[in-house]
Design a binder for this molecule. Structure first.
Ligand SMILES: C[S@@+](CC[C@H](N)C(=O)[O-])C[C@H]1O[C@@H](n2cnc3c(N)ncnc32)[C@H](O)[C@@H]1O
Length: 240
């Protein structure tokens, strides 16, 4: 089976991506990212990489709340998503000129231009699904992220998840199968991309399954927390 044309999908939905996120999570995605950022800052990192940064919402939240000097990098293979992030950076810096700078770098997670052990923390919000779900390069993506994280460094994953509660799982599944692809398609003009996003969310892992994948890849899982009744998960893992 061929991999999904993900770069193409994002290069077509970049304009409406933030709007659709707010609509389909009822604005909750903002508070989930805030939570991931707060956790990340608890570890006091000096250098943070936001993998699959997209339009940059995780790294902007981090930049807005970080104190002291911190080096921030947002990484993504979609030029169009990064262009939105760059435009947002200009706007945000007008309001907050003291905000730490963010380097947005274009490239594939399968082959990152960073030294081994060079980041204290890596955040990945709603991106790991893209990297591992029905993706022939899943192993390479995981090992690249682990390679650039320093030993003791933290990996923070925010992602859709399969709820443990059976009733909520049915509601969640209905929403993902029958509402998200059609309304997402309507707002973005690209039904194929939202069919993929909905299907990959619906079939994605439980917290335990995602934790096991990280363990097999050699990480130590510190915590897995269900959010929104388990439709979303926040996982924190450490490089041994
Ligand atoms: C669902 S968006 C998440 C964006 C953002 N992190 C957020 O919280 O909204 C997934 C992003 O992953 C990027 N992506 C997917 N596969 C990638 C890969 N192999 N290398 C680099 N970026 C990738 C896409 O271009 C897209 O911007």
């Amino acid at each position: 089976m061929e991999d999904y044309p993900l770069r193409e999908f994002y290069s077509e939905i970049f304009n409406s991506y933030d709007r659709v996120n707010r609509i389909f999570t009822f604005g909750r995605d903002v508070s989930w990212r805030k939570k991931a950022v707060a956790k990340c800052l608890e570890y006091g990192p000096d250098r943070v990489l936001d993998v699959c940064t997209g339009t940059g919402d995780f790294i902007f939240e981090l930049a807005g709340r970080a104190t002291g000097s911190i080096s921030l990098v947002g990484y993504d293979f979609s030029r169009e998503m990064l262009d939105v992030a760059e435009r947002k950076k200009l706007e945000i810096r007008k309001q907050n000129p003291g905000m730490p700078d963010i380097d947005f770098i274009e490239g594939d997670v399968g082959n990152m231009p960073f030294e081994n052990d060079s980041f204290d923390a890596i955040g990945i919000t709603f991106g790991i699904r893209n990297l591992v779900y029905e993706n022939s390069k899943a192993g390479v993506h995981l090992s690249e992220m682990i390679r650039v994280l320093r030993p003791g460094g933290k990996l923070l994953i925010l992602e859709s998840s399969r709820p443990a509660n059976a009733v909520w799982r049915v509601v969640n599944s209905f929403y993902l199968q029958f509402i998200l692809p059609y309304l997402g398609g309507l707002v973005s003009g690209n039904m194929k991309a939202y069919k993929y996003l909905a299907k990959s969310s619906q079939n994605y892992y439980t917290i335990e399954q995602m934790g096991n994948i990280l363990k097999v890849a050699g990480m130590h899982v510190i915590k897995g927390e269900p959010l929104f009744l388990g439709s979303v998960m926040l996982i924190i893992a450490e490089k041994k």
